[in-house]
Structure formats: C-alpha cells, structure tokens
Design a protein around this ligand. Sequence first.
Ligand SMILES: *Cc1c(COP(=O)(O)O)cnc(C)c1O
Length: 415
Amino acid sequence: MEYPSVRETDPAVADALEGEVERQQDTLAMIASENHVSEAVLEAQGSVLTNKYAEGYPGGRYYAGCENADQVETLAIERAKELWGADHVNVQPHSGSSANMAVYFSVLEPGDSILSLDLTHGGHLSHGHHVNFAGKLYDVTHYKVDEETGRLDYDAIVERAEDVDPDIIVSGASAYPREIDWTAIQAAADAVDAYHMADIAHITGLVAAGEHANPVGVADFVTGSTHKTIRAGRGGIVMCDEEHAKAVDSAVFPGSQGGPLMHNVAGKAVGFGEALEPEFAEYAAQVVENAEVLAETLQDHGFSLVSGGTDTHLVLADLRESHPDVTGGDAEDALQEVGIVLNANTVPGETRSAFNPSGIRAGTPALTTRGFDADAMRTVGDCIARVVSNIGDADVYAEVAADVQELCDDHPIYE
Ligand SMILES: *Cc1c(COP(=O)(O)O)cnc(C)c1O
C-alpha cells in the first residue's frame, strides 16, 4: 500500500504513512482495542466527504448540498439499527469518549453522580477518571471487580448503588475478559432509579455477531466505538430508544460537536455493511476462540490470568505470581522488541502503579482479521511466554523475532 500523492507533495508524511503500513504488516497488533479495517473502509474514510459540512441530521441540515452526506449517514444508521437492534442510533460521535459525553449531557447536569467501574479494575477514563472531563464535571464513585475472582460481583454493585444513589450507572469496560450481565446491572439501576449506560466500546462487534449478550433493550443508553471489534474505522456511536432520541441527538450536535466527520460516517456505513455479511459472524466467533486458545496457551506456560480465562476477545495476565520480577512495562517493552505489540495493564488489587503495572492485556481482533486460526494463535502464545520468561535474553529474542516475522509474512494485511 502506497501513498503516491502524499509522496509527491509531502515526503516526510509519506515516509511515516508507508512506515506505518510496514509496521502493521511486520508486527502482531495485540492491543485489544485495535483492528485492521478493509481497503473499502480506508477508501471511504479518505474520501471527498472530508470536504463537506453537514451540521444537523439527514433531511434537516444547516447547510446546502448535503444529499450525498444524507445518503451515507442514513445507510450507516439503518445498518447500525440492523446490527444491534436499536430503535434510535446516532453515528456522529467522533469517538467513543464523545459518545459517552453525549449521553451524560443528555440526562445529567454538572454535579450529578456517576457510578462506574474503577479504572484500575478495567474501567475507562470517560467513565469519570479525575483527569477526564467526566471526572471534572460529575460526582463520580466506582464499583470494583472481586479481587479474588477477577469478576464483577453484581450483588455488591446493587449494594454500592444503594449506598451511593447515583444518577447514572455506567457498565462496560476496557479490560474485563468476561461476559457482562447487563440485566444484573440494570437491576442495580432500577433499585435506585438511576439511568443505565452500557458502554460496549470494546465489544461492539462481538455483540453485533451474537458472541456477547446485547444490552440494547436492557440499558437506557448503549455507547460504542466503531474501530475495535467492529472494523468500521475510528469513531463512536450512541444507541437508545425513541424516548431519549431527541436528547441524545441534540447532545451530540449542537451540544458537544459541530460538523460531523462525514468521511468517517462513510467509513462506518461501509464497515457496518461488511459486518452484516455472514462472514462477520464467523470472524467474531474466531476472535473469541482465538482468545480462548491464547488463554489456555499462556496458562500452560504458568501464567495466571485475571478471572482464570476469557469469554471475549482479550486476556489479562497478572504477572505477579508467575513472573514476580517482571513488571507489565518490562513485558510490554520486551515483546515490542520481537514485534508483538500489546500493552501493560493494571490488574485488580494492583500493587505497583498505573505507569508500570503488574499485568499485560492482549487481544485477538486484529490477528483474527489477518486470518490467524487456533494453531497460529498457539504459536503466538508460545512466543509471548518465551519472551516474558526470558527477559533480557538476546538469543531468545532473536529466535522469537524470526518466528513472529514468519507469522506476519504468512498473514498479509493489505495485498
Ligand atoms: C475504547 C473505549 C472507549 C472509547 O475510546 P475512544 O478512544 O474515545 O474512541 C470508551 N469506553 C471504553 C470502555 C473503551 O474501552
């Protein structure tokens, strides 16, 4: 994949773009929130719609000349409704965080209270971390996972809700390997008459494919990202029933955004269309199977996994028992040297720091897009174990790097 026009006008940026094509091809993207979109999605995102202002919504824009923008946005909305079964969909949020912001703005006032999963237990910044807008605007308290089991304790969430009496409960996570029981969290919201926002950013694709339970129809609001387990390009989405449709739409525009990124909305339309094809269900099932295989392989090598395994696209390894001298940061750095790109992550009951935590998080969505099957995944798990168990051993790194390169060569991303 080349960028001839960029090359002609701006060689420095072309170097970086082509360098990135190579980096993606020659490394294993195991950051659980990353994926590789199709060339069709890339084309749509790189299209002339980047030139167009389309403030407003299809059929009701504040600018002339929006007929093609209307067509693209309507397709994205209709396809999203079909994928997730929602009554109302807003496809304009620039990101998952913007989608969450729109929901908060639609039903909360500054100073209102949010109850959400603690960041160090797998939550997200936009669920109210103090450095994030949500933490600055709202009164935020957290629930946690059970540190023994690594799982959400739904009775404890009900109790926490009764103690705190929040205006909204946020469910969903960035680093939780197990299926989430939306109805159990809805029960906590019902107990205290709070709204419930289910943030499925990581698992939009798994939910669309039926690999994870769907919170649409359970929670008042469902937010998601469009670039993680669904391959529709970087962006966000909000889903709700008709009752909240107007409030959500006006919280996105004009409440928190100006003109929608119509080129990205086009990417969403194309990516959602791809996800409606039967192959997508096979893909999502393979993502989950690959995560199971990765979990088993790491466990065979002595790793201890938070919650003892996975139901989703990711595994979270707690290195404290199996590799007490290796921090998550050490593992991340060493793996990057051999071409395996993942991230250090906090674990429940973290005893180190957020900057150098005790765990690593690894996801299978991007590798599965490249065609990795269970066998290839086992090889990847072996590679991770060899590196983390031999930190600093240049000979091992060289051997593993060669194996990683072979896996990359066998699984091209863009032909
Ligand atoms: C990734 C993620 C988001 C969205 O992140 P953006 O980078 O803003 O798109 C929101 N919530 C959770 C739980 C996430 O994991």
